[in-house]
Design a protein. Sequence first.
Length: 420
Amino acid sequence: MSTGTVTKPSAAPKGGGRRKLTLPWILLIIAAALLLFSFVRAVSGANDLTSVGQVSGALKLAVPIGLAGLGGLWAERAGVVNIGLEGMMVLGTWFGAWAGYQWGPWTGVLIGLLGGALGGLLHAIITVTFNVNHIVSGVAINILAVGFTQYLSNFTFAEAEGGSSKQSPRIDQIYEITVPGLSDWLTDLQAKHWFFISDLAGILGGLVTNLSLLTVVAILLIPATWWLLWRTAFGLRLRSCGENPVAAESLGVNVYKYKYIAVTVSGALAGLGGAFLAIVSTGIYQEGQTGGRGYIGLAAMIFGNWMPGGMALGAGLFGFTDSLKLRGGAENVHALLLLVAVLLLVAALWQLYKKKYVAGVISAVFSGGFFLWYALTDEVPSQFVDAAPYITTLLVLALSAQRLRMPKADGLPYRKGQGK
C-alpha cells in the first residue's frame, strides 16, 4: 500500500510580483505630481498650466476619448478586439446631431448611443458569429461608417435650415453646472499664483465650473463599469470569456451571448462619446470631427492595462495635453519640455538605483536634451504644438509597455463547443 505524502505549499517569494497601489500611495503620487506641476509653472511662468479654464477644457476633451476607451475595455475583456471604435464614434456623432437638432440634446444623446450600439452589434455579428478577423472587421466598420454618414448627410443636413452636406444645424446645449460661491472662490485663489495652493485650487475649480451634466454621467460610468465587471457574477462570466472561453463554456456560460452583450455595449459607449463631441464639445456635427479619437481611446485603454481607472488616467493625459495646445499654444507646450525633462531625470535616477544602468543613462541623456531645448528656446515650432498630444500618447505607451497584460483570449477565434 502506498503512502501519500503531504507537501506544504511553498511560500511566495518575497519581492515577487507587482505591489498593488493602495489609497495612501495613490494620494501620495497625486500630491507629488501636483508639486511637480507647481514647480514647472513657477519656473516657466506658464500660469495657465493648472488654471480653472485649462482643467475644465481638459475634462471636456478627455470625455469622448474616455468613453471610447471604456467601450474598448468592455469588448476586449470579453475577448473581442474593437478597432471599429472610431467608426462607432462617427455613427454616434451623426445620429446624435440628427436627433439633437430636431428633438433636443438628450434625445440626441440617446439616439447617438443607439447608433454606436448598432455599429457594435454589426462588429459582434461579423467577429463572433462568422469568426472574421477582428482587425479586418473593425477597419471595415470604420470605412463603412464614414461613407454611410456622408451619404445620409446629403439628403438630411443639406436640406435642413442652417445645415449643409458636411455639417448639421446648431444643437441646443445640455445644461452646465457651476457651483456658486465655490467656483468663484477657487478661481480667485488660482489667480493669485501661489505655489501648490493656487494649482490645487485651479484643478478643483475646473471640476466645479461649467460642468456639463453629460460629463457627470460619463465620469460615473467609470466606477459603474468597474463595479459591474469586477464585483458581480455577470462581470465574472463576461471576463472569463476573454480569458478562457472554453473553460467558461464548460461551466455553463453562454460565451456567444456575453460576447454579443460586451461588443454591443462597447459600441454604445463609443457612440455616446461621439454624441458628446457633437452636442457638448461643439454643438454641431461636422464631417471628420472625431479626429481619430476612437484610436486614441484604444491607446488609453492599453495604457490603463485594460482597467477602468488606468484608462481614465490615459484619457485625462491626452485631454490635458490637447487642452494645453488649444489654450496656451507654444508657451504651454514649451513649459511641457521642462516637465518632461524633470520626469526623465527622475526616471534615470530610479533606473540607476535599480542597477539598470543602460536605461538610466539613456533617460539621463534625453533629460539633458530636453533641459537644453527648454533653456535655449522661448517657444516650440507650431508643428510640435499640434503633435504634442499624439507624441505624449506614444511616449507613455512605449514607457508603460512592459507592465501590460491583455486578456489571454483577446482577439483569438472561438467556435461554440470547440473544447469538446
